[in-house]
Design a protein around this ligand. Structure first.
Ligand SMILES: [Zn+2]
Length: 108
C-alpha cells in the first residue's frame, strides 16, 4: 500500500511542478508602456501569483508527505499521534492531521 501512495504522491508532485512552470511562464516579464494594458497585465499577474502561492503550498505538503513516508511517519496524525483514517488519506494523500484534529484546527 505504501508504494502505491508514494506513486500517487510522486505523480501529484510532478503535476504540481508542471503547473508551477506553466504559471510562471504566464507571468509578464516586461510590462507594456501603455498604462491600460499594463493594468490588465498587472491584474493578470496578481491572479497568477495567487495560483503560484497555492501550488507552492500544496507542493510543500506533498514533499512533506513523501518525507514522512520515508521516515515511517506517514499516516500518523502530527497533532495527537493517532492513525489517520485510510479514507481521509485516499481523498487527501498529504493530510498530516486526523479528522478530529483538522476539525479542531478549523474551529480554532
Ligand atoms: Zn489527531
Amino acid at each position: 500500500m505504501d508504494s502505491e501512495i508514494e506513486q500517487e504522491l510522486r505523480q501529484l508532485e510532478r503535476s504540481l511542478e508542471q503547473r508551477l512552470e506553466d504559471v510562471r511562464a504566464g507571468l509578464v516579464q516586461q510590462y507594456s508602456a501603455d498604462s491600460k494594458e499594463q493594468a490588465i497585465e498587472r491584474e493578470n499577474d496578481e491572479v497568477l501569483q495567487k495560483i503560484e502561492e497555492s501550488v507552492l503550498t500544496e507542493l510543500g505538503q506533498v514533499k512533506n508527505a513523501l518525507r514522512r513516508l520515508h521516515a515511517g511517519e506517514y499516516g500518523i496524525c502530527e497533532s495527537c499521534g493517532d492513525e489517520i483514517a485510510f479514507e481521509r488519506l485516499k481523498a487527501m494523500p498529504f493530510a498530516t492531521l486526523c479528522v478530529d484534529c483538522a476539525e479542531a484546527l478549523e474551529r480554532g
